[in-house]
Design a protein around this ligand. Sequence first.
Ligand SMILES: C[S@@+](CC[C@H](N)C(=O)[O-])C[C@H]1O[C@@H](n2cnc3c(N)ncnc32)[C@H](O)[C@@H]1O
Length: 281
Amino acid sequence: MNYRHGFHAGNFADILKHVILMRMLAHLALKPAPFRVLDTHAGSGLYDLKSEEAERTGEWRNGIGRMGATFSAEAEMVLAPWRAALRAISPEGRFYPGSPLFIREGLREQDRAVFNEAHPKAEAALKKLLAPYRDPRLAVTALDGYTMWKAQIPPKERRGMVLVDPPFEVRDEFSQLATGIAMMGRKWPGGSLAIWYPVKDQAGLRFFEEKAVESGFADILSVELHVDRPLAEGPLVGTGLLIANPPFTLARDMEALLPELAARLALSDRARYRIDWLTKS
Ligand SMILES: C[S@@+](CC[C@H](N)C(=O)[O-])C[C@H]1O[C@@H](n2cnc3c(N)ncnc32)[C@H](O)[C@@H]1O
């Protein structure tokens, strides 16, 4: 486990992931019944954009660093929960939050979240970050992410979502994700699920998408953002989320946002986006 998210925090892939995460939470909050969020690979929770790690790659400059100027009114509506969370967490913009702090912003009094992080240092940092909040809605576990995913579903609320955001350090990550989505399709077919992936290994991705379709979820949406032409090797320029049981508005939201987001974050004229239903009821 060498992956450290501090090198990548606030990059274009984080923007897409967290904008979608906040849309999903806002949708869950439309009904008063409580929901639960499971974050299988949570990270340390907050990243200093002036840290040595962040400066070394400078990835955030082509992500959050380009998000300042406003988009069209339609796109800003989609960005609104993400922007509100950013303002609440780091008003001066020095820090970029990780998924746990974004999720905390999306919870109401009756909702719960469990953050799982297997790396001891990142887990300790996350616990230290959350301690001052004394927030009884939050719990931290330190299991393997796939073990936690299986152990925690379905939650007693029977409403909610799982965010699966693995580091893709191992070659068989798509196989593990395929096993995981099949498991969730059996144990909690009514839950929502967002799986993050890099667009690099196209064969692995196609295999994973085929397995996802076989998982039994009625609705699966794929959303991708490429800031340049994705290649198997080299720096990450393409990212996606596979979303099972997305909010019914999410595809429309992405149609409103992604043309502008792709233009804003483009590194070349090869920037693209993709919004595809893999299955649709
Ligand atoms: C991409 S980062 C997570 C970023 C976070 N979800 C966010 O959006 O801010 C992946 C995290 O998974 C952790 N990790 C690595 N292997 C893991 C495993 N087997 N189970 C759980 N977490 C793991 C890494 O330490 C890293 O913090």
